[in-house]
Design a protein around this ligand. Structure first.
Ligand SMILES: CC(C)(COP(=O)(O)OP(=O)(O)OC[C@H]1O[C@@H](n2cnc3c(N)ncnc32)[C@H](O)[C@@H]1OP(=O)(O)O)[C@@H](O)C(=O)NCCC(=O)NCCS
Length: 164
């Protein structure tokens, strides 16, 4: 399995992670969002097939999220962030460590980007409660009031990846 930058030549029609919204996004949105520099998508490829993907973009913390991440009244808008908007693994390839590898790849790409573009927090949007558990295992914390939104301060990310 290798993880590569998005290429529209790979067949997206048979990808099925069990969550229609995440399948549809890859099929119908990924190409145009990539072309528009709106999201960056990376694909996990095995035997010439897409077995997983993730998509990232920029983000700005909302005021209530700022209060959770930094303490009430401590910080003013805006707090720049990056967002891991989607991450999915095909049902046939789940439970083999591919989701974890995609997440570590995404975090490594964020850490690299963080050396040339400033952002204070990495945010992930989980699709459901199961996904929250998946991200929490990797050190992401939940935003109070936004149970499907989680965050990791960039300084923790850099420290974890030995770049702090
Ligand atoms: C969640 C998902 C990405 C996990 O991918 P995966 O390749 O099956 O996960 P991995 O095999 O890499 O598992 C990594 C670890 O997370 C755990 N894990 C996997 N799926 C989990 C879930 N749904 N809930 C909680 N923990 C989970 C595994 O047990 C494993 O732990 P371990 O290292 O202690 O054994 C995948 O199940 C998926 O695509 N689900 C549908 C879409 C979705 O929920 N996307 C996530 C957020 S948008």
């Amino acid at each position: 399995m290798e993880i590569v930058r998005y290429l529209k030549s790979f067949d997206r029609s048979s990808f099925d992670c069990g969550v229609p919204e995440l399948n549809d996004w890859l099929r119908t949105q990924a190409t145009q969002k990539e072309a528009a520099n709106n999201t960056r998508t990376f694909l996990a490829i095995d035997d010439d097939k897409i077995v997983g993907y993730y998509a990232t973009t920029t983000y700005r913390l909302e005021l209530d999220e700022v209060a959770v991440a930094f303490g009430s009244g401590k910080r003013k808008f805006p707090v720049p962030a990056v967002l891991l908007a989607r991450l999915a693994v095909d049902k046939k390839s789940q439970d083999q460590g591919i989701g974890a590898r995609l997440l570590v790849h995404a975090l490594t790409e964020f850490a690299r980007a963080g050396e040339s573009v400033g952002f204070e927090v990495v945010v992930v949007h989980a699709i459901d409660a199961d996904a929250v558990t998946f991200y929490a295992r990797f050190g992401f914390q939940q935003f109070e009031g936004h149970p499907l939104h989680l965050f990791m301060p960039t300084k923790d990310l850099m420290r974890t990846l030995g770049r702090g």
